[in-house]
Design a protein around this ligand. Sequence first.
Ligand code: ZN
Length: 75
Amino acid sequence: MPRSKSLRGLGAKYGGTLRKRYSNIYRTLKAKKECPSCSNMRLRRVSSGIWKCASCGYTVAGGAYDVAPAKTQQK
Ligand SMILES: [Zn+2]
């Protein structure tokens, strides 16, 4: 990827820096995650911090925007 391509999710609001941060988080959110139980890449975020596997129904608590909280950007 050349540059962090901005998404149009927020329109022209909130200024460039925040939108860039939002698009990073958004991409993390939409990225495929591996299920710790069945190793399928079908883990999805149910709500903030809760991730559920669409394949085996395994539910796991994790970060708000990623399963592994360590991957989240600066606190
Ligand atoms: Zn699973």
